[in-house]
Design a protein around this ligand. Structure first.
Ligand code: AMP
Length: 399
């Protein structure tokens, strides 16, 4: 897929609106606990600064639901940007209100204005045309560099793209990199190509699984979603997470894998617990012997060994979804073991954002992976084969 390229735009002395994804996690004191998303935007920001333009930055943070709420102010983002860019960043006190309008009107070459949280405006998430129009009116050029929200048809992501022609809009470097990477991964992976798919539910990843089946050589299932497959295979799964309405879909996925010759791996043992809690009593049992009223919360050691064997010869690994409840130390071991193995392999390793990116970072292996996506939901929709709403108007050539 080829996108409108920022390098083909004449940015000099223009006002450039850049939609970023600065939706970073904060700790209980309001400090940014992980600024990867801010750092990921720096390539585009520095490029624009080098072109002598004035920059209007916009992002959402959390879910203020259309109301002004100090808790979700972008003030900490503006301070971190200032620190990282070593350049003055002025925060407007509103989004399209008098302060933002005045600041944008007065801006000169190389000024950077950060608008307040886009979701202070109700029309942002409803893709309101009037809001999109007001945002568009601020600038000569529109750049989308917010991969993490490009699967959302929001005013600053989708609506706004209709107010610029192809000579005045483009994808930023981050967005382009993400789209290119996933395109290459799906369409021309170095084989054998394996997908490790985990997380809580089959429902959230069913479409991605179906779309991946014809492309991969092996699939390794973990996390809560494994139990829907195990139940369909006739195993007793105790009170493990299960989606009974998806049992036949699970069978379809397994049948399709068989038909296509895709090696389909399920956990052979699990860490079972008597309750969903860090202080639960837990034991390792085979998938056939999960006690009644117990739940599987992680893959077991035999599964880890089996998956390592299966992954040993692969050249490309795509990983989306943890192998267990990694937030609780007691059930994080399976995910951690797989993360170490994947990180140490010589394969191209791609982590599909969201929880998987979080867990890889917690273990400190983020630098060991070939690529970590900045968007969990967006990368999943790409894997489902969808065109993202925020990207649709920026495409020059489809794959
Ligand atoms: P998802 O958002 O679908 O990728 O799921 C991620 C979540 O799945 C994490 O919060 C995990 O704690 C959870 N998870 C992983 N394995 C299990 C399991 N066996 N039972 C319940 N939840 C799980």
């Amino acid at each position: 897929m080829e996108l409108l390229n920022i390098k083909n735009l004449d940015l000099t002395n223009k006002k450039v609106f850049i939609r970023c994804d600065f939706n970073v996690p904060m700790d209980e004191f309001g400090n940014i606990s992980d600024d990867r998303r801010i750092r990921s935007a720096l390539t585009t920001l520095n490029y624009c600064l080098d072109q002598d333009c004035a920059i209007i930055l916009a992002s959402h943070l959390g879910r203020p639901k259309g109301e002004v709420n100090e808790k979700y102010s972008l003030a900490p983002i503006s301070r971190r940007l200032h620190h990282l860019l070593k350049h003055e960043v002025t925060l407007a006190s509103d989004v399209v209100g008098p302060d933002a309008m005045q600041k944008v009107k007065d801006m000169k070459c190389c000024d950077i204005i950060l608008l307040e949280n886009l979701r202070y405006e109700e029309g942002e998430t409803t893709n309101d045309t009037a809001l999109a129009n007001k945002l568009a009116d601020m600038a000569d050029i529109y750049i989308n560099d917010a991969f993490g929200v490009s699967h959302r048809a929001h005013a600053s992501v989708e609506g706004i793209t209709h107010f610029f022609d192809n000579d005045h809009k483009a994808a930023g470097f981050l967005l382009e990199r993400e789209i290119k990477f996933f395109g290459k991964l799906i369409n021309e992976p170095v084989r054998p190509f394996a997908a490790i798919v985990g997380g809580s539910k089959v429902s959230g990843k069913l479409e991605a699984l179906k779309n991946l089946l014809p492309k991969v050589d092996k699939i390794f299932i973990g996390g809560g979603m494994a139990f829907t497959f195990l139940k369909q295979m006739g195993y007793e799964i105790g009170v493990s997470l299960v989606e009974d309405d998806l049992l036949s879909d699970a069978q379809d996925v397994m049948d399709e894998a068989k038909r296509l010759g895709v090696k389909f791996y399920l956990p052979v043992d699990v860490v079972a617990a008597d309750k969903f809690s860090e202080d639960a009593i837990s034991k390792i049992v085979t998938s056939q012997e999960i006690p009644e009223n117990w739940m599987g919360l992680d893959i077991g050691p035999a599964t880890v060994r089996l998956y390592r064997e299966g992954l040993a010869d692969v050249q490309t690994v795509l990983w989306n979804g943890p192998m267990g409840v990694y937030e609780m130390e007691k059930f994080a071991r399976g995910s951690s073991k797989i993360a170490h193995f994947v990180a140490d392999s010589y394969a191209t390793t791609v982590v599909g954002g969201g929880d998987t990116a979080d867990l890889v970072q917690r273990i400190g292996l983020d630098d060991e992976m070939s690529f970590i996506s900045t968007g969990g939901g967006a990368s999943l929709e790409l894997l489902e084969g969808k065109i993202l709403p925020g990207v649709a108007q920026l495409i020059i050539k489809e794959d």
